[in-house]
Design a protein around this ligand. Structure first.
Ligand code: FAD
Length: 287
């Protein structure tokens, strides 16, 4: 389990990192926490000739509020996210989700940017970013562009990130005031990836659901935005028939693998169960 040989680079600025990524093209990979990339290299599923370590680039760290948007630097760790008062008061669903990722040791090192850029359908943050309508800021030699999380994931480990590009930050619009929220994850044991998971944001107005957003983790090649499931809730009182319709619409878009986490049919049903639980908790939390 020894990775292939590689050259190691440790830039101090975003521009230096982008220049290195541009210079070495498809032979280079950025490395943040390394908790997904290093195992892939050890298994020889990835064999970059140049590793560009982002750890010394201060500009990539930190969490701030920019008007109605929360900005998370790409190398902010999952532990820093959990400890952030800005996140606690504006987007507590991020903390609930991060607490379900792996274990504390991994969360001290694993980054939010690495989690969303990785392209592994088992990662928990991508579906949440889709649910929240986040944008990813990407920087390359030809400048900066923004890609919606909902457009970023193309297939397992294939994303809109191009060779030579760096994810610099994640921008998340503040949800409507009074939103209820929940992330429900079924896993075989503490520290495991999801058998199935669901993220829900919803708002109630006069007893009716006026806004809903739903996304699913690890029940397809990519995170899945369940737009029809959300539509089934909007306008309803979140009664049983509306929730049944939302669950059916969500299950219909899943296409999980049959693997050690269970047969595909079971994982689809578990996505429905996670969604049902997440809707119930989000409803209780909605002001
Ligand atoms: C035992 C174990 C259990 C885990 N369980 C879970 C879990 O339950 N849920 C979960 O979501 N994750 C889980 N993980 C993964 C963990 O959260 C990773 O740390 C995370 O997915 C990747 O973050 P990283 O900073 O380590 O990224 P790295 O491993 O450094 O990078 C991952 C990929 O993203 C790219 N990348 C990283 N940063 C950037 C950037 N700024 N710009 C462009 N590309 C970039 C790298 O080139 C690489 O391809 C687990 C990991 C382990 C080892």
């Amino acid at each position: 389990m020894i990775p292939g040989s590689f050259d190691y680079h440790r830039p101090k600025t975003v521009d230096e990192a982008v220049a290195l990524l541009g210079q070495y093209g498809e032979e280079a990979r950025a490395i943040a926490g390394g908790h997904s990339l290093i195992p892939m290299m050890k298994l020889r599923l990835a064999a970059p000739e140049h590793l560009i370590d982002l750890g010394k680039i201060e500009a990539l760290r930190g969490i701030s509020r920019d008007g109605d948007t929360i900005v998370i630097g790409a190398t902010t760790t999952q532990a820093e996210l959990i400890a952030s008062p800005v996140i606690a008061s504006n987007l507590p669903i991020l903390i609930e989700t991060a607490m379900l990722i792996a274990d504390p040791q991994i969360r001290y090192v694993g980054t939010v940017g690495g989690n969303v850029a990785n392209g592994d359908p088992g990662n928990d943050m991508p579906a949440l970013m889709q649910c929240l309508g986040a944008d990813y800021v990407l920087k390359g030699a030809s400048g900066e562009r923004s890609v919606a999380a909902r457009d970023f994931y193309e297939a397992a480990y294939f994303t809109a990130l191009e060779d030579g590009e760096l994810l610099t930050s994640i921008r998340i619009p503040l949800p409507p005031a009074g939103c209820g929220w929940a992330y429900e994850k079924l896993k075989r044991k503490v520290g495991d990836y999801a058998t199935a998971a669901a993220a829900v944001m919803l708002k109630l107005h006069g007893g009716a659901c006026s806004f809903a957003s739903i996304a699913l983790t690890n029940v397809g090649d990519t995170p899945l935005l369940a737009a029809e499931a959300a539509e089934a809730l909007v306008g309803s009182s979140l009664d049983k028939s509306a929730i049944d319709a939302a669950v059916a619409a969500a299950e219909a878009i899943t296409n999980p693998a049959s693997d050690g986490r269970g047969p595909a049919e079971y994982r689809t049903r578990m996505a429905g169960v996670m969604l049902r639980r997440a809707i119930a908790r989000a409803k209780n939390r909605a002001a």
